[in-house]
Design a protein. Structure first.
Length: 278
């Protein structure tokens, strides 16, 4: 990597910092100067500029529009994942209108994998519900929920477009959720997922899987969701005790969040009510 005389930073790093300043200054939708103009402004070659731009496009900070140029991307979305208590309540969105559309609703056998998560026999009946979620009419995630069918008689596809799943569990079925275990890992979108989310097949994404228990310790859902990589980020906050700060290894707690920045996601990330957030 070529290094110039400015503080030992590579030309590509210097261009990246310049572009990041433009992202901060111009805000979402702002037009970025053309590659040729950036070359003239910064005194670097076009391949070097293009490589720096490609980095920020991959990071979801810039977008290219054919025949129009480069623009600052919409901010990524913030999803608060901390604490079982907070998972029951809305986090007010600072921007964006949330909505959802049910794209799959069926009763089926649990099968071995889902049955294991739900602690049910493979032959047990479950509802499998898939929803596409949007912010300002732009698809953000594809969420699939598996629920023991016997827990939610009469549940319809429309119910989950109008109400929070957890609110329905409590108000209609008398089931209060208590704890959840959630995992997050990278994945690649298959053809069906990519088509619904409007991105290329095999595009990188974030995979969330969650198992939720009620107040009696009974599993009430297994949720599986894929989130667009270009619209989310993971943020973790570590709380340290005084003894831990001195270097002793004691018990501590991590709080983790996945973010579209500028929009705070509903605390129930999979099945929160549209618009209001939960």
């Amino acid at each position: 990597m070529a290094v110039d005389a400015v503080g030992g930073f590579s030309k590509r790093e210097r261009i990246r910092e310049h572009l990041l300043d433009l992202v901060e200054t111009l805000g979402p939708g702002g037009a970025i100067p053309s590659e040729r103009r950036l070359c003239d402004q910064l005194g670097v070659s076009r391949p070097t500029v293009r490589a720096a731009v490609d980095d920020l496009v991959r990071d979801g900070l810039l977008i290219r529009r054919h025949g129009q140029g480069m623009f600052v991307a919409q901010p990524k979305i913030a999803q608060n994942l901390v604490g079982a208590g907070s998972a029951r309540h809305a986090v007010a969105g600072v921007d964006g209108v949330w909505s959802s559309r049910t794209v799959g609703f069926q009763e089926t056998g649990a099968g071995a994998r889902v049955g294991k998560f739900l602690r049910l026999a493979p032959s047990a009946r479950v509802l499998r519900i898939s929803r596409l979620r949007f912010v300002d009419a732009e698809p953000m995630s594809l969420d699939t929920l598996h629920i023991p069918a016997e827990l939610v008689p009469g549940l319809t596809a429309g119910d989950l477009e109008r109400h929070s799943f957890y609110d329905l569990l409590e108000s209609r079925y008398g089931i209060g959720v208590a704890t959840a275990t959630q995992t997050i890992e990278p994945t690649a979108l298959n053809a069906d997922e990519a088509a619904l989310l409007g991105v290329p097949e095999y595009d990188p994404a974030l995979l969330f899987e969650r198992v939720t228990e009620d107040e009696q310790g009974r599993v009430v859902e297994f949720a599986h969701a894929v989130y667009r990589r270009d619209r989310y980020r993971i943020v973790s906050q570590l709380t340290l005790s005084k003894d831990r700060r001195r270097g002793r290894v004691l018990s501590g707690a991590w709080s983790t969040a996945a973010e579209p920045v500028g929009v705070v996601m509903p605390a129930d990330p999979f099945f929160a009510a549209p618009v209001t957030g939960h």
